[in-house]
Design a protein around this ligand. Structure first.
Ligand SMILES: CC(C)(COP(=O)(O)OP(=O)(O)OC[C@H]1O[C@@H](n2cnc3c(N)ncnc32)[C@H](O)[C@@H]1OP(=O)(O)O)[C@@H](O)C(=O)NCCC(=O)NCCS
Length: 187
């Protein structure tokens, strides 16, 4: 399954993405609000990749690689996954530093919310962020997500946001889901 937006394609990670992912996650600024660089050992990132693969098996989606259509660059990650053992589904995203500030997080998160509500049929999707991550909080708020509480997730004190299906307004712009044969499922 692939999700395509105006400027981006989101595809499942492969084991071959590990070196590039490790490179991105070695940048202090990229992981400042993701537990810091010390946490980003190769073992940790490999274990996260395995978790993403498990999600693909279990749900048919998960955290995907984000690729820019104009030049094929792998610029970051985004997707839906279970929020630890909470029983909730979270939307998450992150980008290599050169790609910040161009609306990509908003484009990615909006597409995954749409996929989660329209295709999967989730009733509610949540997100967590470190309170100081003002850029990410702004993205969540732009998408119509509401702050609910502070809560600890991934061993970090987080702000917790949520949105219900009926509150979600799909953004204008190109959006398509392709199945594994490449056929478009919805547009
Ligand atoms: C946070 C992050 C995902 C934002 O990605 P992005 O592609 O730059 O986000 P967008 O361009 O779609 O939107 C960011 C918005 O926040 C605003 N913003 C950015 N930094 C901000 C800050 N420090 N304070 C307030 N607003 C900020 C931008 O102006 C923009 O708003 P606008 O569209 O109204 O102008 C990106 O910085 C990143 O990858 N960080 C590292 C990984 C990470 O923290 N992931 C999120 C974990 S919860």
């Amino acid at each position: 399954m692939l999700i395509e937006t105006e400027r981006l394609t989101m595809r499942p990670f492969t084991p071959g993405d590990l070196p590039e992912l490790l490179r991105m996650r070695a940048d202090e600024e990229v992981v400042r609000y993701l537990g810091g660089v010390a946490k980003q050992t190769p073992e940790f990132t490999e274990q996260r990749l395995r978790f993403h693969f498990d999600c693909y098996e279990k749900y048919g989606y998960g955290m995907f690689a984000v690729v820019r259509k104009s030049d094929g660059e792998f610029i970051g990650w985004g997707g839906l996954q279970p929020l630890e053992e909470s029983g909730e589904t979270e939307v998450g995203y992150g980008f290599d530093k050169p790609y910040w500030g161009q609306g990509y997080a908003t484009e990615v998160a909006a597409a995954w919310l749409r996929y989660g509500f329209e295709t999967v049929g989730h009733a509610r999707i949540v997100a967590v962020a470190v309170p100081e991550n003002a850029g990410s909080r702004h993205v969540l708020e732009k998408l119509g997500m509401s702050y609910e509480k502070n809560a600890e997730h991934y061993g970090i004190d987080c702000v917790f946001y949520a949105i219900r299906r009926e509150e979600f307004a799909p953004r204008e712009g190109f959006y398509a889901v392709h199945d594994s044969s490449g056929a478009r499922q919805s547009g």
